[in-house]
Design a protein around this ligand. Sequence first.
Ligand SMILES: [Zn+2]
Length: 340
Amino acid sequence: MRGTVLYAPGDVRVEDRPEPTIEQPTDAVLRLAATCVCGSDLWPYRGIEKIDGPSPMGHEYVGIVEEVGRDVSTIKPGQFVVGSFFASDNTCEICRAGYQTHCVNRQPGAATGGQAQRLRVPLADGTLVATPGMPDDDLIPSLLAASDVLGTGWFAAVAAQAGPGTTVAVVGDGAVGLLGVLAATQLGAERIIMMSRHEPRQRLALEFGATDIVTERGDEGVARIKDLSNGLGAHSVIEAVGTQESMMQAIRATRAGGHVGYVGVSHGVSLPGEELFFSGVHLHGGPAPVRRFLPDLIDRICHREIDPGKVFDLELPLEQAAEGYRAMDERRAIKTLLRP
Ligand SMILES: [Zn+2]
């Protein structure tokens, strides 16, 4: 089968890879309907995150179950399924508390090699969620978004306690930040401020329910958010970048007693203890437990209440994955969908 492999920064290739097979009795093998390039794939693509030799890429996927191991009981061949980037049993104490990305039996198996024609998913019963019947083709981008960026944006909004009466600010105008706007809207936030300088992303943020756009960054950006929130800062701030600058911007834009939901994969961030101590701000985040939200998100998508698939502004055949990476790296595309 064909799949993407990253050899070195900027060097991603589509090549023949071994067919996935059932290795454990709890595995499933999927034939993928769609996959995509993640903002987090750009960290190794840009050489900021080191890779240890040629690395199969991709961790966002939807598809049809082809085969299951003998211990898989709820997932069945022929079902259309959405999964998340860590495999989890969904039964341990940590999973039952809604933190499946920290499952005591978690496996990264579903986290690599998803940009391919087929994929082995460990712990299939815990990791995969089937859609009610075969979805219409036009719903596939939205279901694919649910497997990571929507679930991650949703977790960020929940971690930031976005809800009725709140002012929410979003740092980061990538797919996760944009879907954080959508999540905040769905959760009933009163005012949603998107920080973005990029016109097509501003437009999509407004479509997803943003009420204000702030183009300033750093201290000026923080000052603008305070202007828009009685001088206090936002109740809820979604951090969807993962740099020192974005994290500090998020903390400083949050009012005392408010919440930061951080989901940008942290790269070189170190927090000043004294400033944190006196900020009175709650911090919660990390790798999003997308699995917690999947049943609800699939339901909203299948009822056409939300259309998160709009974040895909470039669609290419899998064979042209390299161009999909380049377009995102150069910010010509928000997010690239790949058809295997
Ligand atoms: Zn678990």
